[in-house]
Write a protein that binds this ligand. Sequence first.
Ligand SMILES: Cc1ncc(COP(=O)(O)O)c(C=O)c1O
Length: 369
Amino acid sequence: MNTPFQPGEYAHAHVNALHAYVPGQQPTGGDWVKLNTNENPFPPSPKVIEAIQGYLGKGGTRLRLYPNPTSGSLRAALASHHSLGVQQVLVGNGCDDILNLLMRVFAGVGKPAGMMMPSYSLYPVLAGIQGAELIEVNFTREMTLDAQAIAASGANLFFLTSPNAPTGVGFSTEAIAAIATALDGILVVDETYAPFASENAVDLLAAHPNLVIARSFSKAYGLAGLRVGYALASPEIIDLLDRVRDSYNLDGLAQAGALAALEDQAYYADVRRKVLAQRETMAAWYAEQGWFCYDSAANFHFVEPKNAAGETGPAVSQSLFDYLNEHRVLVRHFPGHRLTQGFLRVSIGTESEMQRTREVMAAWQTRGV
Ligand SMILES: Cc1ncc(COP(=O)(O)O)c(C=O)c1O
């Protein structure tokens, strides 16, 4: 009897064992309040659209040609924006591309990767793809950093997310400097949400040659659909990353759009101001309900809801998640970890979206247990 062809038999064992990353839901149909993937509720700068249309030109004829392979103009603009040398910047297809490149260069068999738990759940998947051991350093409920524990982890490459996801907690520059000093390895600070925070680690690059900052255009610049991210590091680290990236890792439309976004800081300062105002309103509302919520330095909150009986926990957060979902408000629940299962992650939306969210949350809370 012929056995059916099993491609898995020809694949690497570690790929057979791999669990793919599970992205947040992208519902179709227009009337959702979508607060589950920390996108920006405001559209990108009109200059981004103009730049993309300009790149396309008449009839899109430019699409015949390959884009600039080094994303030269965007790299130069990012270097100038951060007051760094152009050799200290690498751009990629989203921050995820940058994280993947870092993993490919610095992690693998015999070169373990490390991360804080809980944090961004893509890191374990990327480590798995490389066949790298993943070392987890656990947060406590206080969500503070222990530089010595990170240094002692033995990780060759350590991912620290600041502000962290899903908690929104930002870490001080001093705390990050202490880790960079203590760690015998590469420290990646994933600053996807840093534009919403009051501090970041970019100024530490000068004194810490083992530091890499990873950034994204998906959140603060409202360009999640365009897929642009970048790394800031020493020229030597950037050179290593450059060797393993795809030769055209950022398409022409994305290069043009991201450059226009970067050049319209006034527009984005206004967007940020509106997001931060809603962050404050929501934090005050959670406090009024007596719900614990971490201080957020990002564009989302991590909140521990209480039901009408004053109870918290995984069943309570699941109940609110389901109720919100029934009322077409989509948030994120992470039931798989002790420190996340009693919480919901709620992105910051527009004023009317947040008002609707509060109404549905209040209705859930008062409807009885
Ligand atoms: C901590 C963190 N890093 C990276 C990313 C991915 O960013 P990008 O859309 O630029 O790939 C996300 C997306 O949610 C994130 O939360």
